[in-house]
Design a protein around this ligand. Sequence first.
Ligand code: 4GX
Length: 235
Amino acid sequence: MMRIDIITIFPKMFEPILNESILKRAQHKGKVKIYVHDLRDYTLDKHRKVDDRPFGGGSGMVMNAEPIFRAVESIKHQTPNTKHRTKVILLCPQGERLNQKIARRLARYKHLILVCGHYEGIDERVRQKLADEEISIGDYVLTGGELPAMVLVDCLARLIPGVLGDKNSLISESFEDNLLEYPHYTRPADYRGMKVPAVLLSGDHRKIGAWRKKEAIKRTKKRRPDLIRCKIRER
Ligand code: 4GX
């Protein structure tokens, strides 16, 4: 069982994603518990303000440290026994780029607190004192940390034992060795004259395995040569 708390100013954004498909089933099966917190509930002023103008001037707004500190502290108090294995993660472009290796490492934690930032950014003291890690989902700019948080939750949930069926977990092993997937086909064997490679219809599983490996390597070399280099480095 893994617990994930998400701190956001847009809690409703999470509803359709968390209440559908595999994430919904994972929660029903008790494999993961996901709590979404409205950051404004942790403000102290009557306007429930979460941002302010930057010291030193400039355009845009900066998220205040106070509500974020209060939210994280409140969640940590709710979960005293998992405290030692709680990780606070800030989703932001400055973070370490998410990949399958990082996902496998994060999936081992019992408790994650995900902080979704907005505007130009957050008060640096959140980074210094509150966030254990910063994670980016890629080198492009989004409007907030909500979609990155959902990407991370989705990616971690499928790594929790029992969330996927055995069949699906085998599929993931292709990325485990840093290769792109080999080509897949299903019926019919001839679709508008486009034929399925004969080897896949041969019933020879040794030959099929060799073909798939060869195709996976060919495709990875062509499209993602960086993954091949990465493979050598990581071993
Ligand atoms: N992968 N963004 C976060 C606001 C922000 C800035 C700094 C905290 C610190 C993104 C990404 C991403 C846009 C989410 C800026 N919050 N996050 N937001 N790519 O682009 O993770």
